[in-house]
Write a protein that binds this ligand. Structure first.
Ligand SMILES: Cc1ncc(COP(=O)(O)O)c(C=O)c1O
Length: 343
């Protein structure tokens, strides 16, 4: 099997991580005078569990993966940044991303002084694997894929992702932030077969917990061990850990079903409007909609109190607005406003 450690930066492999007070004493009875905390209890005076043990157990059960294959981050943006810090030597290595896609891959790359090679999606937003792989060279450490992709909304077929995993001699990051809205299965069940696979998920979308900041990375044990050594020791605060624990025990099935059915409804209705040139099929919780005069539609919607995302100047998304699926009432309001603008 692929030796993932050979792809990691030497200084990171040799890193002696910070040892917290809780790493040095793990029992749970006693008087804690080892972390310079304030001793007066208020619910927040103690540091959070740096290893998120309880949280990872519940995530492992709910996702059907081993705890050793889970990294918990302050949003999936933390995991994206860690991919660069663990695998990419600044100014020497590069990563390959699909375009258009989620903007943080490029931002994280710039922060880490790592070159990004963007490979434009085809006109139907599919990935040309040959084109993608030919953008890679010996210094390419990671390929970033996003499925369903933001802002285009389409899935990358499983067979395409597997082909890339088989052929690429480096890390393949598959960002599944919107996977719960898709009919396509997650790649987290393929971790045993591919130790160059990192799957990103988040509680910010289907779980409705964007404000708590909790992102997940699933990967082979070696990758998770090293990512966990590099992260800030207390990256997930006490409140987030405890609320997420509660929330994960509840089901989000009905909300997901409602958002998906609203997406289908909105897709059909938007297609009837004269102002709308094209609605792209979506497996996510948003629709990419090509309209006549996008900037003027965007501004008119703002005047009506509806804020969508103007993606019209993104290469490949000419003329497009990205509309998040709201509540049924919000969607009716958006639709009625666009109907008015179509007259
Ligand atoms: C594809 C994708 N990945 C990740 C994120 C960010 O997730 P998080 O809130 O967990 O940082 C977003 C947010 O819009 C996204 O579109």
């Amino acid at each position: 099997m692929f030796d993932i450690r050979k792809k990691m930066r030497g200084n990171i492999l040799n890193l002696a991580p910070y040892s917290t007070a809780r790493d040095e004493y793990q029992g749970d009875i006693g008087v804690y005078l080892d972390a310079n905390e304030n001793p007066y209890e208020n619910g927040y005076n103690r540091y959070p569990d740096p290893h998120q043990i309880e949280l990872k157990k519940v995530i492992a059960e709910s996702k059907g993966v081993n705890v050793d294959n889970i990294f918990v981050g302050n949003g999936s943006d933390e995991a994206i940044d860690l991919v660069f810090r663990v695998f990419c030597e600044p100014r020497l290595d590069n990563v390959v991303c699909i375009a258009p896609s989620y903007g943080m891959y490029k931002v994280s790359a710039s922060i880490n002084d790592v070159e990004v090679r963007e490979v434009q999606l085809e006109s139907d937003f599919s990935v040309d694997v040959t084109k993608l792989l030919s953008a890679c060279d010996d210094a390419t450490k990671a390929i970033f894929l996003c499925s369903p992709n933001n802002p285009t909304g389409n899935d990358i077929p499983r067979s395409v992702i597997l082909e890339i995993l088989e052929q690429f001699d480096g890390v393949v990051v598959v960002d599944e932030a919107y996977i719960d809205f898709s009919e396509q299965a997650s790649l987290i069940n393929d971790l045993d077969s591919y130790n160059n696979l990192i799957v990103l998920q988040t509680l910010s979308k289907a779980w409705g917990l964007a404000g708590l900041r909790l992102g997940l990375a699933f990967a082979c044990e070696e990758t998770i061990t090293i990512m966990s050594r590099v992260k800030y020791p207390y990256n997930i605060n006490v409140t987030t850990q405890s609320i997420v624990l509660e929330q994960l025990r509840e089901s989000r099935g009905s909300q997901i079903a409602e958002i998906v059915s609203e997406r289908k409804l909105l897709f059909a209705e938007l297609n009837k409007l004269s102002i709308v040139k094209k609605v792209y099929p979506s497996s996510a919780n948003f629709l990419l909609v090509e309209v006549d005069k996008p900037k003027s539609v965007y501004n008119s919607l703002i005047e009506l109190g509806i804020i969508v995302r103007d993606r019209s100047s993104v290469i490949g998304c000419d003329g497009c607005l990205r509309i998040t699926i709201g509540t049924p009432q919000e969607n009716i309001m958006t639709l009625n406003s666009l109907k008015e603008l179509s007259k």
